[in-house]
Design a protein around this ligand. Structure first.
Ligand code: ADP
Ligand code: DP6
Ligand code: CO
Length: 355
């Protein structure tokens, strides 16, 4: 084949929304966290990154990334770390079999598109780097397992390591300095708890003022409350959450989800100067969940917020009418409802305009 040959692979990766949050790095170069975390992988039919990776000896100008139609940075240390790891694995295959084309030496072109707001607290970096790692691994025909890709994606964005698995996923913080034990594993597949649903309320699609990367670093450096969070709050929440998932105990799952979100946002408020990711509409969504639960006389819904104002509400299918109906009623001004299934989870999303 001539030097004009273009090699190409396309993949999608889902978003995951943590119920025990990752917030804080012990190693900023390797993206090693200060605590373990646990998330639910959402439907790829709703929120996903779609990434095509290609390479060719005819490509000039080095590696590139077109994100949502605009040129994006690939020179960042974390994107470079992903490229380096994947190229090294391809180079090893090429060394073992000289008949293979030398893809590892060719410039990489990535084209990616998120079908939901980017950098708005809906885990675009998680879906984005999971898709990036998998697309390049496919392009290079690497025999990489989800666990191995999880180690690579983690170096792009920490939360991305969890998007390589479906269902309920833990990121074990590990304790090795080289990060070789800091990766995700599946706690339970989606079929284990098929009634679980996620309602996504897009409060604002705007790019956040403080990125997750920078926000968590400021928290690590200045918050006293954060020390308490990583020493005792998160270990306790992880243990209760894994048990709640194993036993399909929704009230326990819900309480930890809400408490952990509140704990994470409290450390943001305790950061100096403080960081505020939630806004008035976010707080109205919290009150709405409380009203829904009070009206039902039991816990039927749980809210959680990542580093942004947008709410994710977990509930069980049997309570869909009570939860989704009440949200519609309480918050009003809701547009764009959609429902679909992926990863075994159905998620429903709605757009709530601010103001
Ligand atoms: P979010 O809350 O959406 O995860 P972050 O601040 O963690 O926000 O990360 C946003 C950054 O993640 C973007 O500025 C971009 O650098 C990267 N990113 C988002 N989507 C993709 C994608 N599809 N492919 C590659 N990188 C992406
Ligand atoms: C609040 O994974 O986006 O969503 O590793 O710096 O890219 P980097 O940060 P990122 O942080 C996610 C923070 C969170 C909680 C979570 O997803 O666990
Ligand atoms: Co992110």
């Amino acid at each position: 084949m001539g030097s004009e040959t273009i090699y190409r692979a396309t993949t999608t990766a889902p978003v995951n929304i943590a119920v025990v949050k990752y917030w804080g790095k012990r190693d900023t170069k390797l993206n090693l966290p200060t605590n373990s975390s646990l998330s639910v992988t959402l439907s790829q039919a709703d929120l996903r990154a779609l990434t095509t990776a290609s390479c060719s000896a005819s490509y000039t100008g080095g590696d590139s990334l077109l994100l949502n139609g605009e040129n994006a940075e690939v020179t960042g240390a974390r994107t470079q770390a992903c490229f380096r790891e994947l190229r090294a694995r391809r180079a090893a295959l090429e060394a073992a079999d000289p008949s293979l084309p030398k893809l590892s030496t060719m410039p990489l072109r990535l084209v990616s598109e998120n079908n939901f707001p980017t950098a708005a607290g809906l885990a675009s970096s998680a879906a984005g780097f999971a898709a990036l790692a998998r697309a390049i691994a496919d392009l290079y025909e690497l025999p990489a397992s989800p666990a191995e890709l999880s180690l690579i994606a983690r170096q792009g964005s920490g939360s991305a390591c969890r998007s390589l698995f479906g269902g309920y996923v833990a990121w074990r913080m590990g304790d090795k300095a080289d990060g070789s034990d800091s990766m995700a594993d599946q706690v339970a597949d989606a079929a284990h708890w098929p009634e679980m649903r996620a309602l996504i309320l897009v409060v604002s699609a705007a790019k956040k003022g403080v990125s997750s990367t920078s926000g968590m670093q400021q928290t690590v450096e200045t918050s006293g409350l954060f020390k308490e969070r990583i020493a005792s709050v998160v270990p306790r929440n992880m243990a209760i959450m894994e048990k709640a998932i194993a036993e399909r105990d929704f009230p326990a799952f819900a309480e930890v989800t809400m408490r952990d979100s509140n704990s994470f946002h409290a450390t943001c408020a305790d950061t100096y100067p403080p960081i505020f990711y939630m806004n008035d509409v976010s707080r109205a969504a919290i009150r709405a969940v409380e009203q829904v639960n009070a009206k039902a006389g039991r816990t039927v819904a749980a809210y959680t917020f990542d580093a942004g104002p947008n709410a994710v509400i977990y509930y069980l299918e049997k309570d869909a009418a009570a939860v989704v109906g009440s949200f519609y009623h309480i918050l009003g001004a809701v547009e764009g409802w959609k429902a679909s299934t992926v990863q075994g989870l159905t998620s429903t999303s709605a757009v709530i305009e601010e103001g």
